[in-house]
Write a protein that binds this ligand. Structure first.
Ligand code: ADP
Length: 392
């Protein structure tokens, strides 16, 4: 296990695409960090540079304190799990699991520092070494619950079982770090959720430093100790799932994290009779007192208001003392069982979504008074950067 450190890491592909641009990030020993962002944001490239599969154009990567810029992938002591599991079809599960150990020439070296076997011939192993390989395969199979599958070939396994073997193959090496590149993308939705929980449980158990790449923000939020949101090769925010959701640093992060996405309204902060309010045309939403204090210095300026779907209530009677209501027309309802996503139109905004309890009576084409929970409102600068104005 080890810390993984990226310092000013940049990747420029031949042809000039700057896929990763000056990324600095410390992944602590035992930490589970998820790189997430839209397609093309550079997350796979960043991971592949850690793995050594992609050359680094500038910057430094350290694994366990050692600079690995020029260290070959096989000597970095990390294990990678890909989207296509790439199991050897002609080997059974036990052979797939033990393959890397059987191949590893220096196996004896890092297990028994005193007794490094110098021959370099991986076939000539002592009985103890074979025992050790057997023990590791058995341990891995037990942890993953695939002991009963050891004699099967990959084609005799379900998608989830194959994925488990692929993870096992990484685990068995007891590497310094696990690297996952969209490992669940090929699985159906239900299995993906199951495997997600399994990977998390596994990490709790073995605690190996993990870097996990996904485009799925829900997967990122559920898995990561920390979530690193990337855009155009640059880290936007690296923080806990809670902070990324509740305290997004800018409008991009706010819009990327959360489904359905945050609703944005473009207007101005106005001071009316000593109380700060957000205003856009007929829309007028007084700020919650705790927010008003922090945002007073932006009075008179253009801002972007962000309200998550769950911060807009359509239930009659939910109008609190705030007086922050939005008159809107319901255009579409999406029942999801426990809740309903309601698409509404208000003023110039045709794609506002609010999320209501399934028992709330909502009918398409009817008018509704949405109540905004302004204590959970977000405010961003009207600039391209769109930084969160409420953060220090
Ligand atoms: P992500 O994993 O976030 O989808 P990638 O890291 O795969 O993004 O790609 C980042 C950018 O680098 C994209 O613009 C992509 O087109 C470009 N890119 C990726 N691989 C190569 C390559 N081998 N040669 C040139 N450009 C590449």
């Amino acid at each position: 296990m080890a810390q993984v450190l990226l310092e000013g890491v940049t990747k420029v592909y031949p042809g000039g695409v700057r896929a990763v641009n000056g990324v600095s990030l410390t992944i602590e020993d035992r930490e589970f960090v998820v790189l997430v962002g839209p397609s093309g944001c550079g997350k796979s490239t960043a991971l592949r540079m850690v793995a050594g599969l992609e050359e680094i154009s500038a910057g430094t990567i350290r694994i366990g304190g050692q600079v690995v810029n020029d260290v070959a992938p096989k000597d970095r002591d990390i294990a990678m799990v890909f989207q296509n599991y790439a199991l050897y079809p002609h080997m059974n599960v036990a052979q797939n699991l033990s393959f890397s150990l059987r191949l590893r020439r220096k196996f004896g070296f890092w297990r028994n520092p005193a007794g490094w076997i110098g021959s370099g011939d991986y076939r000539r192993r002592s009985a103890e070494e074979w025992q050790e390989i057997g023990r590791r395969v058995a341990d891995t199979a037990r942890v993953l619950g695939i002991e009963n599958l050891l004699a099967r070939r990959p084609r005799e396994l379900s998608g989830g079982q194959r994925q488990r073997v692929a993870v096992g193959r990484a685990m068995v090496r007891e590497p310094k770090a696990f690297l996952f590149d969209e490992p669940l993308s090929n699985l159906d939705a239900k299995l993906r959720v199951e495997m997600r929980a399994e990977i998390k449980r596994l990490h709790r158990q073995v605690q190996t430093t993990t870097i996990y790449v996904t485009h799925d923000q829900e997967e990122a939020m559920t898995l990561g100790d920390r979530v690193v949101v990337m855009k155009d090769g640059v880290i936007q925010q690296a923080a806990t799932p809670y902070d990324v959701y509740e305290r997004p640093v800018n409008r991009f992060v706010a819009g990327f994290v959360g489904t359905p996405p945050m609703n944005f309204f473009e207007g101005r902060l106005v001071d009316s009779g000593g109380r700060l309010a957000f205003e856009d045309g007929d829309l007028r939403l007084p700020l919650a007192p705790e927010q008003a204090g922090r945002l007073a210095r932006f009075a008179g300026q253009g801002v972007v208001l962000g309200l998550r779907p769950e911060s807009l209530h359509a239930d009659p009677g939910s109008a609190g003392p705030s007086g922050a209501t939005i008159r809107a027309r319901i255009v579409l309802t999406e029942p999801l069982g426990d809740r309903t996503d309601v698409h509404v139109q208000t003023g110039r905004y045709s794609r506002v979504i609010c999320r209501v309890d399934a028992r709330t009576r909502v009918k398409e084409r009817e008018m509704v008074d949405l109540v905004a929970d302004m204590s959970r409102a977000h405010f961003f600068a009207a600039s391209a950067e769109g930084e969160n104005l409420a953060l220090p």
